[in-house]
Write a protein that binds this ligand. Structure first.
Ligand SMILES: CC/C=C\CCC/C=C/C(=O)SCCNC(=O)CCNC(=O)[C@H](O)C(C)(C)COP(=O)(O)OP(=O)(O)OC[C@H]1O[C@@H](n2cnc3c(N)ncnc32)[C@H](O)[C@@H]1OP(=O)(O)O
Length: 291
């Protein structure tokens, strides 16, 4: 697919792509926003959303807002039936929630941030489109949530990459809807172990446990995602969408019913001195690991 080769090339333009711009080339509308590049191949009805927020595609309030708006635009575009979610940042899919958004800020900020995290998940998990995660790098915590919210996951078979919900390792707790989403993917027992220990799985272990569906060589991740997309799009939309909704609605409804209390729960949790200390210590440990 032409779209894929052009997007692969786009990686080199990361600095340039920081500006907002919109262009029409061939029949591929390309939207290059601050954090996410979206390219829709109109004839095929497939969009590629390429996260491009270096150094680690962390999910800041700005990023999450842009993600939800971009996805909604595609959802409302009758010409778009499928989305491939991937990264333009080498070796990173997403480092998960931006920890800086959860440190040293006001209660109002935490509430706004958490609502944006919920919104991203609600939009992705309930999408009527076929959603495929092309995981071309590390994928902890919120990055893993994004991936397991898609319909299908293809991961680069690179032993250096890992995926999982590692929240407990930071001294924090994945909320019930993170837990529900992963349990819907790998089952109750594997989720229990995975969440308590905050496990990050290597690509091969992730395949064994079912967090991902397929491993391919790194350079083939996007092509494999495009091939899987064609298979899924061969199913009539209406039948596939109703089946998807039947499987996911109870999980979505649970958050929708408890959305405000979930925000309050997050705010009261994250404003605790002990939690602030854990998050700050974790951020420092990330910096020290570098040096
Ligand atoms: C009631 C409910 C309550 C709470 C629920 C909260 C749920 C939380 C969900 C989350 O997603 S929390 C985030 C968890 N994420 C992680 O643990 C990942 C941390 N990062 C890493 O492990 C690594 O950075 C990496 C992704 C493996 C990449 O490694 P690499 O060596 O390539 O990069 P480096 O570590 O040097 O990082 C570069 C740069 O980026 C900063 N960074 C990394 N991750 C984050 C992050 N999640 N948020 C903000 N910033 C992050 C890191 O500190 C470096 O910054 P520096 O250049 O200024 O030193």
């Amino acid at each position: 697919m032409m779209i894929l080769s052009r997007l692969l090339g786009c990686q080199e333009q990361l600095g340039f792509l920081h500006q907002s711009k919109e262009e029409l080339t061939d029949s591929h509308p390309v939207v290059c926003n601050r954090n996410i590049l979206v390219e829709l191949e109109e004839g095929v009805g497939v969009a590629v959303m390429k996260m491009k927020s270096p150094p680690v595609n962390s999910l800041s309030l700005d990023f999450l807002t842009e993600f939800s708006i971009s996805l909604e635009k595609l959802e409302n575009d009758r010409g778009c039936r499928g989305v491939i979610l991937t990264s333009a940042v080498p070796k990173i899919f997403s480092a998960g929630l931006d920890i800086k958004e959860m440190c040293g800020k006001s209660a109002e900020h935490y509430a706004e941030f958490w609502r944006a995290v919920q919104e991203m998940w609600l939009k992705l998990y309930k999408s009527n489109m076929v959603t495929i995660a092309a995981i071309n790098g590390n994928c902890p915590a919120g990055g893993c949530l994004m991936a397991v919210s898609c319909d299908y996951r293809i991961m680069a078979e690179n032993p250096k990459y890992s995926i999982g919900l590692n929240e407990t390792q930071l001294g924090i707790v994945a909320p019930f809807w993170f837990k529900d989403t992963i349990a819907n993917t790998i089952g109750h027992r594997a989720t229990e172990r995975s969440l308590q220990l905050g496990l990050l799985y290597s690509a091969s272990d992730a395949l064994k446990i079912g967090i991902v569906d397929e491993l391919v060589p790194e350079e083939k991740v996007l092509n494999a995602a495009a091939a899987t997309m064609s298979q899924w799009l061969a199913i009539p939309d209406y039948a596939r969408q109703i089946s998807k909704s039947m499987m996911r609605k109870p999980t979505l409804d649970r958050l929708l019913t408890h959305r405000e209390s979930d925000i309050q729960n997050f705010v009261s949790f994250v404003t605790k001195d002990s939690i602030q200390k854990s998050l700050q210590t974790y951020m420092e440990s990330l910096k020290q690991r570098k040096g």
